[in-house]
Design a protein around this ligand. Structure first.
Ligand code: SF4
Length: 387
């Protein structure tokens, strides 16, 4: 059945006063931006600041489903981030369909010429970086051609933005990138990764890859594999190509059979395991700020370091939800690190809100104290805080 050319988009749903009604129309006519954010774990929130996409990658249906690129304004994003910080959120992950394309004003477009860009992604992160509330920020995923050197350099000097980049590559073969209609070639990608490593040697770098794209010969795949193997990146998200109606890619010649797609996917997943292990191993002994989630998971709490190493510790309600400096130890078989908790991450990561540092420091001392000492220490520390 052919895919419909009309979609209902969440942005069309009306405010509460008009619940029970909805409108639908051509997605190409959708020009409003509606901010959304997750409300799961109260320490970490995904804040959408951009929607839609003006690109036309040959495998992708997102522009058909989500419409044209449009964004939140910098001012409203800052306002929302401050409100989330005041509610106790400690980390905001900035998300969008094509996040680096942030800044195209909502509203109908002119029939001719490029859409008006009123702000840039760099404007956004510079403004968020000024927020005084104890927040840190993570960039979810950004196209390599939009990850301008100024953005990398700004993150490297920021106290709020963590050193973690997720950059879709899709293929390490220029010929396949051309067939995919991607807007860069692999030399640009390698340059961006190299700049990140120069500015932030400990940054985590993740990569998206599609394998078995139509026309990807064994030689193309091997070229792609070798390119990624040589890149100093830390993990891969690998997707076997799958056909989508209404895309250019479905009509391309020389499709790769599904078994071979899976075979190539497994090879790259194996490479990803090795790269992730290398990230964990080079992190051993480093002291990194970790945001522990609030959930008690069978007596443990989990969190992520600024550079995306998963860390576990014995659950402590006074430490959960705060950013704590942890010296990372050896990862277990699942790639989860443990470590020594020994400092509240106030200075470099946007630490706990007012009133929390003393409480968190006290909790930390208790966490590391022997069972016998803990009760006496608890009494003294909490008397001092409340006094
Ligand atoms: S893959 Fe990403 S950049 Fe390309 S069209 Fe889809 S959403 Fe846009």
């Amino acid at each position: 059945m052919p895919a419909p050319d009309v979609s209902i988009h969440p942005s069309f749903f009306l405010p509460k006063a008009a619940q029970g009604e909805y409108r639908c129309g051509d997605i190409a006519d959708l020009h409003q931006f509606t901010a959304t954010w997750s409300q799961g774990d109260r320490t970490r929130t995904f804040l959408k600041v951009q929607d839609g996409c003006d690109y036309s990658c040959s495998f992708c249906t997102i522009p058909l489903a989500r419409g044209q690129s449009r964004s939140e304004t910098v001012a409203r994003a800052v306002e929302r981030a401050r409100a989330l910080g005041a509610e106790g959120v400690r980390e905001i992950v900035l998300t969008g369909i094509n996040l680096g394309d942030f800044g195209i004003a909502p509203g109908p477009r002119s029939a001719v010429g490029a859409p008006a860009r009123v702000e840039t992604f760099l404007d956004l992160i510079q403004a968020l970086d000024q927020i005084p509330e104890g927040l840190r920020f993570r960039i979810s995923s950004i196209e390599p051609n939009l990850l301008h050197p100024e953005i990398v350099e700004f993150v490297a000097g920021s106290r709020r933005f963590v050193p973690h980049f997720h950059i879709p590559l899709q293929s390490g073969s220029d010929q396949i990138l051309g067939l995919m209609k991607r807007r860069y070639r692999r030399s640009l990608y390698a340059d961006r990764v190299s700049l990140i490593r120069q500015c932030m040697p400990d940054a985590a770098i993740g990569v998206d890859l599609i394998v078995g794209f139509p026309g990807e010969s064994q030689t193309d795949f091997e070229e792609s594999y070798r390119f990624v193997q040589a890149l100093p990146v830390d993990y891969l998200h690998v997707f076997p190509y799958s056909e989508r109606d209404n895309t250019l890619a479905v009509s391309l010649p020389n499709p790769v059979n599904p078994g071979e797609r899976m075979n190539r996917s497994r090879q790259l997943q194996g490479l990803s395991v090795k790269k992730r292990r290398a990230l964990h191993e080079r992190s051993v002994g480093q002291t990194r700020p970790v945001l522990f989630e609030l959930a008690d998971q069978n007596g443990e709490m989990h969190g992520f370091s600024d550079n995306y190493v998963k860390v576990s510790a014995v659950f402590d309600p006074d430490i959960a939800g705060t950013i704590i400096n942890v010296t990372l130890g050896q990862p277990d078989a699942n790639g989860v690190s443990t470590g020594t908790l020994h400092g509240v991450g106030v200075a470099d990561t946007g630490g706990p809100p007012d009133g929390q540092p003393a409480k968190a420091r006290a909790a930390l001392l208790l966490h590391n104290a022997s069972r016998n000492d803990a009760q006496a220490l608890r009494t003294t520390l909490y008397q001092n805080i409340s006094g």
